[in-house]
Design a protein around this ligand. Sequence first.
Ligand code: ATP
Length: 493
Amino acid sequence: MKDLVAFCKSKGFIFLSSDIYGGLNGFFDYGPLGTELKRNIKNAWWKSMVHDREDIIGLDSSIILHPRVWEASGHVSGFTDPMVDCKVTKARYRADKVFFSPINVQGKLLGYICVTDEEDPQVSAQKKVQALLKANHCKDTPDAFELKPLTQAKPEEFALIPSPATDHAGDLTPTRQFNLMFKTNVGAVESEASTAFLRPETAQGIFINFKNVLDTTRIKVPFGIAQIGKAFRNEITPRNFTFRSREFEQMEIEYFFPAEEALWPELHKQWIETRYQWHQSIGVKPEWLSFDVHQKEDLAHYAKACTDIMFQYPFGVQELEGIAVRGNFDLTQHQTFSGKPIGYFDEERKTKYLPYVIEPSVGVDRTLLAVLVSAYDEDEVNGDKRIVLHFKPQLAPIKIAVFPLVKNNPELVEQARTLFKKLHTRWYTLYEEAGSIGKRYRRMDEIGTPWCITVDFDSLEQHTYTLRDRDTTRQTRLSESELIQFFEQHLEA
Ligand code: ATP
């Protein structure tokens, strides 16, 4: 992970936000290449989810909404994470990400252990068990144990559980709920009445525009509304690079369908498959994708089902996307809180109702990280080690690089610049003349540029060029029109 962070910084994919001031925890800036990659991911999502379909349309709602929206949605009262602090070290943890277990020896309690999920909890737990045995001069084998989240500790156990930082019982504060929404004030006067929130998800902007969309389009249920935009969560422990940040971007769809129980299982299945295929289509490695089907008891009270698409990140298998069946809870709440009827009128059945909804919700930043990790490879070319990013051409930040064989021959440079300008107007192309051709190839491999074109002395007479492929390193000689045809085929088909 450290290598990935360093790589992202050195190549201009991702920087710490406010880097020159020491960074701001949970915030990131995308550099020149990261910006292109991010834009290409969002475009791929929009094309596949909106433009390639007839049943989904777009929306771009504001980040700050009427504060009542968040009361209706339940975020003011319930968008919280359980938080616990170590009184001694002042370390702060999400209580559901801290794990404990009593350690028994032949059925007799020896003490408790407590670990966080920062390292592999099982490995840390084994180390702590050994330390506990040693401290108690116990040479016996401990009984089998099972780690549970701190949120499941019984009140009488809590005082016995040590802080994961000090291994001392009694050093943890009681667990309390922390609301993740960032607060701000709207207008010149700061008061309770002017309090507003930065949206913690884009979804509510869709629900509150449901009626506007119905009134201004001819779309009929079933249909979806898609939105890409920033979301903000004051995460207790932002970490794992951009995976858990405090400012991030979401790509969300609310897919509305008739409020009939029999319909959602099949539709949910279809959406899970659609989204699983999409991730693969942008180059996320299928062998690192998996599913987490939420158990009934873990679902929000209004949710009927939820399946997460998981990805094997360098720091473990974690959620990439959530696909939830939400019933019509959100529309019902907004209808009640606003006092405005927002139901859908079914012309054929002559009935008005609030449709059910399926919500495929994915983070742009988590997708970008999955794409990067999937694309990253180290191999050997003619005995030389190279780093190469095998991005799909559509996602590659730079599509083509044009090189004159040498930079001190004006004729070569002129021809290379002419070719570059022609390509650049259609595809994002880079002109490079510094260093040997081999070094220039390596630099392009490292940032995932799929094709390099070299203009050499034969080019001057024959008007043909060497096209070099990033993945195979194979070189072919093509004329200008053949090059254009090739790129049209590979970048626009
Ligand atoms: P987690 O359990 O990992 O906190 P979540 O279940 O709270 O995630 P959702 O509310 O379902 O996440 O949000 C939908 C998607 O938004 C997630 O699948 C993820 O891709 C993205 N996302 C959520 N929180 C963050 C964050 N703090 N940083 C980056 N992306 C996020």
